[in-house]
Design a protein around this ligand. Structure first.
Ligand code: MN3
Length: 202
């Protein structure tokens, strides 16, 4: 089945003032839809058209060589944004709890230190990309990726990611990417992050 843009799990204006209504409309309805349309066009007629997007992104090297870069970008864009909407909530913010909090403290020393490193990875990402909290098979770590690359293509499980493309923040924050990331913590859906963590930490 062809990919579809999932509906937002909240209203377009629900993340204000952190993320404005117009940005959410453009980002979800235009940008994400464009990734979906392009990915579907690339995969149509191939054996990968009906595979879950995770499986496609884990097997990019197995795709027809003339489609690998396009699928990496477009299916990656679809997967990244599908995750991103779920990692935010109008009831978000605060701090993680339980096993996830323990794992973050163990890996980074403290929640504040984790936030500092995650922000740093996003601020230093030159051009467009993402900053991620991932599970690499043995524990939690932070990575950043360019463009729409997803850590799943490197065998890592993304647990939380922030979109640092300008389209994600420019209307409200203009060139101030660090301010956007600082504010973004107010909408992070920690229970959703913990749900992902519980699946990989077994
Ligand atoms: Mn985006």
């Amino acid at each position: 089945m062809a990919y579809e843009v999932p509906p937002l799990p909240y209203d377009y204006n629900a993340l204000e003032p952190t993320i404005d209504d117009q940005t959410m409309h453009l980002h979800h309805d235009k940008h994400h839809q464009a990734y979906v349309n392009a990915a579907n066009g690339l995969l149509e007629g191939t054996e990968w058209a009906d595979k879950p997007v995770e499986e496609v992104l884990q097997n990019l090297d197995s795709l027809p060589s003339d489609k690998q870069t396009g699928v990496r970008n477009q299916a990656g864009g679809h997967y990244n944004h599908s995750l991103f909407w779920e990692w935010m909530s109008p009831d978000g913010g605060g701090e993680p709890e339980g096993a996830l909090a323990d794992a973050i403290n163990s890996a980074f020393g403290s929640f504040d230190e984790f936030k500092a490193q995650f922000k740093d990875a996003g601020v230093k990402r030159f051009g467009s990309g993402w900053s991620w909290l991932v599970h690499d098979g043995s524990g939690l770590t932070i990575v950043s990726t360019a463009n729409q690359d997803n850590p799943i293509s490197d065998g890592k499980t993304p647990l939380l990611g922030v979109d640092v493309w300008e389209h994600a923040y420019y209307l409200t924050y203009q060139n101030r990417r660090p301010d956007y990331i600082d504010a973004w913590w107010n909408v992070v859906n920690w229970p959703k992050v913990a749900e992902g963590f519980s699946k990989v930490s077994g």
